[in-house]
Design a protein around this ligand. Structure first.
Ligand SMILES: Cc1cc2nc3c(=O)[nH]c(=O)nc-3n(C[C@H](O)[C@H](O)[C@H](O)COP(=O)(O)OP(=O)(O)OC[C@H]3O[C@@H](n4cnc5c(N)ncnc54)[C@H](O)[C@@H]3O)c2cc1C
Ligand SMILES: *[C@@H]1O[C@H](CO)[C@@H](O)[C@H](O)[C@H]1NC(C)=O
Ligand SMILES: *[C@@H]1O[C@H](CO)[C@@H](O)[C@H](O)[C@H]1NC(C)=O
Ligand SMILES: *[C@@H]1O[C@H](CO)[C@@H](O)[C@H](O)[C@H]1NC(C)=O
Ligand SMILES: CC(=O)N[C@H]1CO[C@H](CO)[C@@H](O)[C@@H]1O
Length: 558
């Protein structure tokens, strides 16, 4: 297979129609009498598509990939990078969180993709690896130093292809905010210009790199399963099929789980399929713990409360959920952003795959550290994984006559849970992000607002930014500021940690360092749930690299 991820812009050609080959729209097309699979993978997102692609490189392995959603192919809103905000609910699970006590009891809609490619088919395409310390932390947490930045680095390279932007971007407007930002970074002592966010040291003002190739979104469905991959005779992709439970083998004395119960989304027809070698769960940070809990793998008492028969007491399934929360502060500015003529831009995209629709609206990001002497560190230990891990990310955008900054906390201390409400596996999961339940997080976001304020006071913005619109942590009464933050904060959609790795033999955690479910034979998890702490980055790169290494671990054991 080639490289998976088109960074910046340029490479992947239109892939052939999914209808041919072994892409099945419904499980009635699967010939169980004829086929048997070495590996069965549940969930066609970043984790699942990557593993399916890598394992089917080996002609000895017959691989089945099961995805609840439809194909990504032919969906214009998915393919056109600038249209990602228009992707509708047909392609997502429609999750809503439980009332968040830290956010004035608001329940948030929490988008998660239900389509081939998973959330890489509808995400913001920002590609950031995170800091070297974030990955070294995986090694510390699992007491297995083969999880480290240094060991994972070759997998990042294997997974990417760096390509230049198509046709060059028009950045000639003399008031374009990005030039103020660069100038200001040259003068700022706090946030300096950093040429490459993906060196393991992301801090500073950086250019954004995106998973976009040939002017189109390069999702895992395109990058990992596109081109000739899905024509491989050893790979079957089964769409529109919901996995409801994993089931233990009756023959084996040891707990051996390689069977999955699946239901056709259109007909409700139910069946099971058993992997000869391994069953791999890649249903995402919500879907994976949900599937395990429905199967009776979780905290015994909590499962019995909802009348699910426990088959394996593993208390940490669904615990440890962690995410990036962000809120907006804004400034008034001289109106300088020229609106795009969408009809003309779309015509250009259709004919040439160039123009304004081939990119996202953000060109730069800022990664910053809360100063060591900030008062919150008198009360709270610094949660950063190390000196390379920033606490705060700031995404700045021009919106009409305003500059808005989305200020996100990269190193939260709050944790949440994924639980089941009943013993019906087709019910919705109970998703509680636990936002701001740890007092550090609100204080840290407040420091983030201050960093954004200091940044915009830089002299390069003089005459361009005309005033701060708040909310202002330095002038509002504390309660008022906190309330504004709680009323406005929202997710960056980076959930991880619900089936975390931990040391071999440890009672806590869900997976051993080789991503096998503790105490179970035949069952692995390869997706964002395995990641113990959310990286100081947008999470897709971390999941890609985890899945690349997982593929090697799996191949090596057979
Ligand atoms: C709106 C949004 C914007 C984002 N923006 C960015 C960004 O700009 N940059 C970035 O780096 N990251 C971004 N992310 C995060 C990133 O996309 C995720 O971290 C990543 O996709 C997680 O990979 P995964 O394999 O764990 O899960 P996913 O990619 O979500 O894949 C899980 C798959 O499993 C399927 N599935 C779930 N349950 C079942 C079941 N029971 N049976 C069958 N199939 C099932 C789902 O349909 C889905 O296809 C964003 C996420 C979202 C939701
Ligand atoms: C969602 O988008 C798809 C693709 O554009 C379209 O076919 C479908 O009709 C839309 N559904 C709704 C409910 O708007
Ligand atoms: C949130 O809900 C809890 C429990 O129902 C309640 O005790 C609390 O007062 C509510 N908080 C707000 C801000 O409404
Ligand atoms: C496509 O590119 C060609 C060659 O550069 C150019 O002449 C043409 O105007 C472009 N078409 C559109 C719709 O932008
Ligand atoms: C395990 C398996 O089904 N392997 C097949 C993969 O595809 C090659 C080429 O078509 C076959 O020869 C193998 O039998």
């Amino acid at each position: 297979m080639g490289k998976l991820t088109g960074i910046l812009v340029g490479l992947i050609a239109l892939s052939a129609s999914l209808a041919q080959g072994k892409v099945l729209e419904d499980l009635k097309q699967l010939d169980f009498a004829k086929e048997s699979y070495d590996f069965v993978i549940v969930g066609g997102g970043i984790g699942g598509s990557t593993v399916a692609s890598r394992l089917s490189e080996n002609p000895r392995f017959n691989v089945l990939l099961i995805e609840a959603g439809p194909t990504n192919e032919g969906v214009i809103e998915i393919a056109v990078p600038a249209f990602f905000t228009r992707i509708n609910n047909t392609y997502s699970w429609g999750h809503v969180t439980t009332p968040q006590t830290g956010l004035n009891n608001r329940s948030l809609a929490f988008n998660q993709a239900r389509v081939l490619g998973g959330s890489s088919s509808h995400n913001g395409m920002v590609y950031t690896r995170g800091s070297s310390d974030d990955f070294d932390l995986w090694g510390k947490v699992s007491e297995d130093r083969s999880w480290s930045w240094e060991n994972l680095f070759p997998y990042f390279l294997r997974n990417e292809k760096l390509v230049p932007p198509p046709g060059g971007r028009d950045a000639s407007g003399q008031y374009d905010p990005q030039y103020h930002a660069i100038k200001n970074a040259e003068q700022s002592r706090e946030i300096k210009f950093n040429l490459d966010v993906n060196s393991g040291k992301p801090s500073g003002l950086v250019w954004v790199q995106c998973t976009i190739g040939n002017g189109e979104r390069c999702s895992a469905a395109v990058g990992a399963l596109g081109g000739k991959v899905k024509e491989r005779p050893n790979l079957t992709i089964l769409l529109n099929t919901h996995a409801t439970r994993v089931l233990p083998s009756k023959e084996s004395r040891q707990l051996d789980i390689r069977t999955v119960e699946i239901v056709s989304v259109s007909s409700g027809k139910k069946t099971t399929v058993t992997a000869k070698k391994e069953l791999i769960v890649s249903a995402g940070a919500f879907g994976t713990p949900y599937l395990l809990l429905n199967s009776g793998i979780g905290d015994k008492k909590e499962l019995e409360d909802v009348k699910v028969k426990s088959i394996h007491h593993l208390p940490d399934v669904g615990k440890g959920l962690s995410d990036h929360l962000a809120f907006i502060v804004s400034w008034s500015a001289n109106d300088v952003v020229r609106p795009v003529d969408t009809a003309a831009a779309f015509e250009e995209w259709q004919t040439n795959r160039t123009g304004p629709l081939t990119e996202i609206s953000v060109h730069q990001l800022m990664f910053a550290h809360i100063p060591h002497d900030a008062p919150l560190f008198k009360e709270h230990r610094d949660p950063a994984a190390g000196p390379n891990s920033p606490h705060i990310e700031i995404v700045m955008l021009s919106v009409g006559p305003r500059i808005i900054a989305s200020v996100g906390l990269l190193t939260p201390k709050s944790r949440g849970t994924v639980k089941i409400a009943s013993n019906n596996p087709l019910d919705k999961p109970l998703i509680d992000l636990g936002y701001l339940t740890h007092p550090f997080d609100l204080l840290a976001l407040k420091e983030g607002a201050r960093i954004a304020k200091r940044w915009c006071e830089g002299s390069a913005y003089e005459g361009y930014i005309t005033g701060f619109l708040g909310p202002d942590p330095d002038t509002l009464p504390e309660k008022e500021f906190d309330n504004a933050l709680k009323a406005g904060a929202g997710t960056w959609w980076h959930p991880v940690g619900t089936a975390s790795i931990s040391p071999k033999g440890a009672k806590h955690g869900v997976l051993d360092p080789e991503l096998k479910v503790k105490g179970v034979k035949g069952l692995r998890v390869v997706d964002a749930s395995a990641i113990p702490y959310v990286p100081t980055a947008h999470t897709q790169a971390a999941v890609y690299v985890l899945a690349e290494r997982a593929s090697d671990l799996i191949k090596a054991s057979w």
